[in-house]
Design a protein around this ligand. Sequence first.
Ligand code: SF4
Ligand code: SF4
Length: 182
Amino acid sequence: MAPRIGLKSLEKRRTLIDGVRSNLHVLAIGVKYFVNPRRMTLVYPKEYPRLSEGYRGFIILEKKKCISCAACARICPSAAMKMIRVMEPDPKHPEKPRMKQYPVINYQRCIFCGYCVDVCPTEALYHVNYHDVVYDNLAEMFWDLDTFQKEPEYKTALEGRPVRIMVHEELGLIKVPVGEGG
Ligand code: SF4
Ligand code: SF4
């Protein structure tokens, strides 16, 4: 008489077969990409993405355009932007200094949402199209009024090769080298 296989052993056998099948599938994917690598990984900083104009990177203040309305600081969802008071010469009465308010930014808190840039009524704030700036310590991430008016030095990937990330119909995301002006 043939031995009877219980339900529990059948279940165990099925689980084992499923496990082996899944592992073989994963191994097959690994072999496929080993033989024909279509990687999207950027070898940073030897390669770096050339970001488009309009990318929401670091934010810069054009102080002469600022009317001190504080809309940028009020709308900031992460309390990264705040207004500070500054005494400066009044163009109409140079002998009398006047008090003005300008925004400053704390990049420890900024989430690059761009609300402050969008809400500014005079376009006194703008984005630059990069965001990989290296800081030596957290204090450097707080920009005072002077720092906020200068575009940050693009310190990383200077020696690297710029690439653009594109969508290919068959391959999906691919990287394409671009010239310095591209
Ligand atoms: S980009 Fe967003 S988070 Fe950053 S300072 Fe502007 S409003 Fe605040
Ligand atoms: S929203 Fe624009 S104009 Fe108003 S305080 Fe901010 S930077 Fe200045």
